[in-house]
Design a protein around this ligand. Sequence first.
Ligand code: B12
Ligand code: SF4
Length: 509
Amino acid sequence: MRILLYNPDNGVTRNFMPHLWMFLLQALTPPGHEVLLIDGNAQPMDEDGIARFVREQDIGLVGIGAMTRMIAKAYRMADAIRAVGVPVVMGGPHVTEEADEALGRNGGPRHADAVALGEADETWPKIIEDAARGKLKDVYAPVDEFGQERKPTLQPYPSIPWDTINLDQFNLVPKMAARMLQRVRGGWGTFRIIPVESGRGCPYGCEFCTVTGFFGDSIRFRTNESVVNELLLLKARARSEGGQIAVFFIDDNFAINVKRTKSLLRDIIAAGAQLHWVAQISANLLRDEELVDLIAASGGKWVFIGMESIDPANLASVNKGFNKPGEYAAVLERLAQRNVYAITSFIFGMDNDTPGVAERTLQEIRTWPPGLPIFGLLTPLPATPLYKRLETAGRLTRPKHWQEFIPFEMAHTPLKMTIAQAHAEVRYGWASSYSPEAMAQAVDSLRLKPLGYRINIFIARMCFRGIYFPQMGPLAWLKLISQNRHTIFNLVSEAFTTWRSRPIRAAAN
Ligand code: B12
Ligand code: SF4
């Protein structure tokens, strides 16, 4: 049977990275089947396009995964596929919480033939077997023989054949530039960000988060050896194709067990498996100097920190009191001293937020080393404690907000500001942080660092801006390049001067 795994785009920006679930399920597919992957972020498709694709490619089963944010599009695509007679199985965090919605059991239309609840590592082979026999069940739950929920151990962990998988759709280097960049030092004909997990689960239980409920509060880790081997495979691929691969450790809190993280990072260094990497780590765990040393030595370049708010009352209200705003600056300095920078994520519209929260937050941010600030709105995702609290209090203004997804539109009213005010704060945060002046300032603040760091932060800022300001097509990018032409000109001239001075220095020597 030919199987298509599909993940829809979010309609606002292109994701910089493919989704791990696709590669994982592909690796877990029993022999005798062929699995094709389409990530809507890399290969945009509409309903007609996907219906045509499954017919022309003789697809026998389509698996669709989606977060809540993309579920409306996922349902539309599923409807189009089912309309041409091909069965659809859906999985991922949204349908796990809203299986009845996907199966049309709550009065709405049916979108999926089957739903895979929770982690599907062990149920996926069974789903394929049933689909091949034409006997799909409605629901596949990861349970043991006694009907108790069972979480995959991650030991052993499937080996994803990164050396042979077709990754053509996941290259961040524009086609026009690829040939020229292949010859740049180290080879830049391809640049791929690849998701790797080293563990699953998070015990912290922040009120707005799906993770503790979905993956559980006990953490499961892969062996160091299995992670190191995966990195070595990726490194070999990058070398063989004259390109670059960076890794995103998608663990929710990569240093949740500091001792184990240190041991993994030491093993990465010992095996020479360093690649540039990004990971999510909470600020409280970055107090440890030795950990930060190892992060830098093992290739860590960016750390995503869910700061959420600079107001301790807000943090307490969402069960994230372990974040201490008073130590944010020291944590970021500690990272920056080792040339590691932070993606600092903030949520506005919390219950203690009042108008002006964005400027108050920006005043703090301006005192920190440059990074990539991102701003979102508090969103009640299905089955989270936040959803339940707001529902009980009768505060949900759009209880089924995912059915009509509107970017940056709240689904409940915050206590001390209106929905419109909360959005205005987010807009202010993005506009102030990513204006051409702010970009130039971020680059300039790294003037004592080598040029590479300035280019890195500039390109990262150009991309991150797209999370809020739609920049899907070449025209949007051209406009952005023109707005930032002074910074680009300065960086290019400095690069040119550095390049020209090399032979002169060599000759002088
Ligand atoms: C990496 C990541 C991202 C990446 C992008 C995704 C990517 N390219 O990988 C980035 C950083 C860009 C990102 C952004 C966002 N993310 Co995110 N992200 C994650 C994260 C940390 C890891 C995802 C992952 O790979 N997990 C590991 C794999 C193995 O698990 P999985 O995807 O769930 O897949 C398993 C099962 O769900 C199931 N499955 C999944 N799909 C399918 C499909 C089929 C057919 C089947 C059978 C089974 C199946 O089988 C898999 C194996 O067991 C998760 C948290 C987490 N730990 O999962 C949050 C998470 C998915 N993100 C979340 C959110 C909210 C967001 C944002 C909306 C945040 C924001 N406010 O901006 C944005 C939206 C991005 C967008 N595209 O629009 C939520 C989603 C909750 C929900 N109900 O939708 C999560 C769960 C985190 C949370 N705090 O709750 N994210
Ligand atoms: S620390 Fe991160 S992953 Fe863990 S519960 Fe909080 S927000 Fe979710």
